[in-house]
Design a binder for this molecule. Sequence first.
Ligand code: AHG
Ligand code: MN
Ligand code: MN
Length: 357
Amino acid sequence: MLTERTTLVQFLIEERRRHPGASGELNSLILDVALACKAIANRVASGALGGALGSAGQVNVQGETQQKLDILANDYFVRATEWCGDVAGMVSEELDDPYLLPDGYPRGKYLLVFDPLDGSSNIDVNVSVGSIFSILRAPNPGIDPVRDDFLQRGTEQVCAGYAIYGPSTMIVLSVGTGVHAFTLDPNLGEFFLTRESIKIPAAAKEFAINASNQRFWEPAVQRYVSECLAGKSGPRQRDFNMRWVASLVAETHRILTRGGIFLYPRDSRAPAKAGKLRLLYEANPIAFLIEQAGGAASTGRQRMLDVVPSDIHQRISFIFGPSEEVARIEEYHDQPYEPPTTLPLYKTRGLFREEVS
Ligand code: AHG
Ligand code: MN
Ligand code: MN
């Protein structure tokens, strides 16, 4: 095993050799993130035996009830990375404000942004969860960052990735040279390269959306999904399958593996919010990976990585998948759409009509 496969450490060192000026700080930070992910994987895998299931009984800045694992995972990320001198500060889904390092630790040249535990609603039901991370350059290396320092476009990311805690634990990341996947050997405690230069399959055969929100969707999304559902006999002239894991990481991993399209669009439930997923630590890192894998990621109206963030916990509408499919959805956002009013069940001679008359 050791000679046949490349370890994460070896992979990162070989990447660094291509940049003669690189100091190794980025690699060291990525490896500390990987350590945090291993610690989280352990707690996730222990389930009820690890005493970490269930609610922590408190609410985060998003107004969401924190699970014990949300807090534990946040702690692992912070503790594994704060000491090393590679980061200047952090932003986490679970912390209201940017995390500033304790006195005594050197401030480095990177900012670390993360969703420590993604898909929290899956924890107690033993379904895949993950962690998402993004690394940016600190505008002022060596000193504590301010809030605005984190408000960088997704194009500025130096590294983005996720860990998935599923039947096996994997890290999937990009440092801007393609997307690569590493699988954890739990006996050795080491990640090994198992998929190199991942490319998103071109034709989408599956779509992922939380259909319970359908009545709140915008016309463009109504149209896209209804055309997928119409299958072979509809305008798309082929059948689509549907999946929803309610874990962005698991959804991304499936799409990077066997293709498909993901939508968590803006909806009319909470007009003040532009969507559900968070720009800095969910949409941007995943968008970076998807683009690196040859796909496209969009708000529906613009390329995700071009969005100028206005808040560290900003929410945004998120659509990603093969470029052609994303372009189609963007086009629908530009066109007027009248939903069909002649669905058989609601017609004058339809089922419900007969019941009420
Ligand atoms: P988190 O657990 O970090 O709060 O993220 C959950 C997100 C994301 O992973 C998933 O795509 C989405 O919320 C699920 O939303 P619904 O509950 O609306 O299905
Ligand atoms: Mn999340
Ligand atoms: Mn989370």
